[in-house]
Write a protein that binds this ligand. Structure first.
Ligand SMILES: [Zn+2]
Length: 340
């Protein structure tokens, strides 16, 4: 890998800043407190998906089985058959092709057909992708770029036929936990499933260097929330019934982009709620910013928690025991996995 393609220096353990991380932390009590949602009248603008009162969207077009060929370029069948070679046509290809299929809990949203596409394939990133990624400026853009470039297909949408911007607008509809699932799958497809990592023991009297091997497909289990994903949900607040949608990866990117060093977590909360809330008592709020500021702290926190509780979660922390007996807990920086 050339120097230009080295992921930009990473300042945090994940692409998520502490404010948003706090925002994404789940709360089961608030979740449990939420009542079964009555059907919402359709807001005057397009929310992310059809409100529940609308007729169900047509079922997604039949899923076309897609057979990705990660070894296409090798043209094994065209290779000359030498004295020590056997014809390869009936031989299994070695090494075994990695499993590139991915199934997401909610999926990519196709706005034209109003469907979520959950099943698809990732692909191995190549030199062209490496050059494209090297042009991205921030760690967050780089992460979103890996996700957008790494998807080969979702449902019947062939991402290879899309521009980078088109792919990004589709992957922007993923939930933040889902883009992490895609990222882990893409780095596995590109560099293989295992990573040797080194850390220093945090026990001040030890300080040994610990070496361990991560197996990406099994070391980062995903915890899925209960229940089906809906386009919108209702939340009973002291100001009436709030209809909201889940915060997406694109929302998160926008929140990050507009935040500065002086942005407080309360301002971050307001900005996130403005994106999430689409109606109050069935009508879009006249002034979303002042509405979220007028909500009680209790309602704001409860709503944020219930939104977070619906996100798939991946624990990116590592627990490693040193020979000195000390249990180390590390947070893995995402670019740490973007290498062989
Ligand atoms: Zn130690």
């Amino acid at each position: 890998m050339s120097d230009t393609a080295t992921p930009p220096p990473f300042t945090g353990p994940t692409s998520v800043p502490p404010e948003i991380d706090a925002f994404l932390r789940g709360a089961d009590e608030a979740h449990a407190a939420q009542q079964a949602a009555p059907a919402a009248p359709r807001p005057s603008w397009e929310p992310l998906g059809p409100p529940s009162s609308m007729p169900q969207p047509p079922p997604p077009p039949e899923f076309q089985p897609y057979q990705p060929d990660p070894y296409e370029a090798q043209s094994i069948a065209d290779a000359p058959v030498g004295a020590n070679q056997v014809p390869v046509s009936d031989e299994p290809r070695m090494p075994a092709a990695p499993d590139l299929s991915i199934e997401l809990p909610r999926g990519v949203y196709d706005a034209t057909r109003r469907v979520f596409l959950t099943k698809g394939y990732v692909r191995e990133l190549d030199g062209e992708d490496e050059e494209a990624l090297a042009k991205l400026r921030t760690p967050a853009e780089w992460f979103d770029g890996v996700v957008a470039l790494g998807i080969a297909r979702m449902g019947d949408i062939d991402f290879n036929q899309l521009s980078f911007e088109q792919a990004k607008s589709l992957t922007g509809t993923l939930l933040p936990g889902e883009d992490m699932m895609v990222y882990l799958k893409v780095v596995t497809a590109t560099f293989g499933p295992d990573r040797d990592i080194k850390y220093q023991c945090q026990n001040a009297r030890c300080g040994r260097e610990i070496e361990t091997t991560l197996h990406i497909p099994t070391d980062f289990p995903v915890v899925l929330p209960e229940g089906d994903y809906l386009p919108t949900y209702d939340f009973p607040s002291s100001k009436g019934r709030i209809t909201y949608r889940l915060v997406t990866s694109a929302d998160e990117a926008a929140l990050l982009a507009q935040s500065t060093e002086t942005t407080t977590s309360a301002e971050m909360t307001s900005a996130a709620l403005v994106k999430s809330i689409i109606a109050v008592n069935g009508l879009p709020p006249q002034d979303p910013e002042s509405f979220v500021r007028s909500l009680s702290i209790r309602d704001r926190q409860a709503l944020l928690e219930v939104i977070a509780s619906r996100q798939p979660k991946i624990d990116m922390s590592l627990s490693i025991e040193c020979v000195c007996g000390f249990h180390n807990r590390f947070l893995l920086a995402l670019p740490e996995l973007f290498r062989p």
